[in-house]
Design a protein around this ligand. Structure first.
Ligand code: CA
Length: 224
C-alpha cells in the first residue's frame, strides 16, 4: 500500500515514515502543502495522512480540493490538541478519520487499514453489518433475516451510514448527502429521521447499530 504523508514537522513525519515502512507500507513524505498537493494529484496513492497546519496550502484546503475533484482517496487528518473546530470542519469536508497528536503509530496503522478497506469495498452491491444487510441494487433491507420496509429517504440515510461503518457523520454531512440541502443548524430533521430508522432497524435487535456521537453526529457501528 502506498501512503502519502503531508506533515511539516520533520520529527513527526520521519516517525510516521519509519513506523509505516516497518509494516510494509510504501511511503512518500512532503513537508509543504503545495508540494504535497501536487504529489497527490500526479501520483497514485492508497491513502493520505494529512496534517492540518502546513506551510503553503493548509490541510483543510487540500482536503476540500480532493473532495471537489471527487478523488476516491481516503484521508486521515492529523490535528494538534485543541483544534476541535478544525477537526469538525475536516469531518464535514469528508475526512475519513483523524488522529490527535501525539499518537501511537499503531493507531495510525489501524486507521489506515480501516479507511483503505472501506475504499476498496465502495463498489460492492451488498452492504452487511452484523446481521443487517442492505442490497443497493434491489434496495432490500433485512435485519436478522427479517425484512424491513423503508421510505426512500430512510434508505438513503441508512445507506450513507452503512457505507462507512465506524465513521462519524455530522448532521451537516448527512443533510447535504441525503437531502442535498445546506444544513440549517435550527432544524432537527436529521435527528427525526435517525429516530425513525432506529425504530425500524434497531428497536427489535439486541445489538444497536446506529450510534450517537454527542455533539458531533451519528455513525454506524463497526463490525467486530
Ligand atoms: Ca503542522
Amino acid at each position: 500500500m502506498k501512503i502519502l504523508v503531508i506533515e511539516d514537522e520533520k520529527k513527526i513525519a520521519s516517525f510516521i515514515r519509519k513506523g509505516l515502512e516497518a509494516q510494509g507500507f510504501v511511503v512518500d513524505v512532503s513537508h509543504h502543502g503545495d508540494e504535497g498537493f501536487t504529489l497527490l494529484t500526479t501520483r497514485p496513492y492508497d491513502a493520505v495522512v494529512l496534517d492540518i497546519m502546513l506551510p503553503g496550502r493548509d490541510g483543510l484546503s487540500i482536503l476540500r480540493s480532493i473532495r471537489e475533484r471527487k478523488m476516491p482517496l481516503p484521508v486521515v487528518l492529523l490535528s494538534a490538541r485543541g483544534e476541535l473546530n478544525e477537526r469538525i470542519e475536516g469531518l464535514n469536508l469528508g475526512a475519513d478519520d483523524y488522529l490527535t497528536k501525539p499518537f501511537f503509530i499503531e493507531e495510525l496503522i489501524a486507521r489506515l487499514h480501516v479507511v483503505t478497506r472501506r475504499a476498496a469495498g465502495a463498489g460492492q452491491s451488498i452492504l452487511a453489518i452484523a446481521d443487517l444487510t442492505i442490497n443497493l441494487l434491489t434496495r432490500e433491507v433485512t435485519r436478522g433475516g427479517r425484512h424491513i420496509e423503508l421510505t426512500a429517504r430512510e434508505f438513503s440515510l441508512l445507506e450513507l451510514l452503512a457505507r462507512s461503518p465506524g465513521r462519524v457523520l455530522t448532521r451537516a454531512q448527512i443533510c447535504e448527502q441525503v437531502w442535498s440541502y445546506d444544513f440549517d443548524p435550527g432544524t432537527n430533521l436529521v435527528d427525526v429521521y435517525i429516530q425513525r430508522l432506529r425504530k425500524k432497524v434497531d428497536a427489535e435487535a439486541p445489538e444497536k447499530l446506529i450510534e450517537t456521537i454527542r455533539g458531533v453526529g451519528y455513525r454506524m457501528k463497526q463490525d467486530s
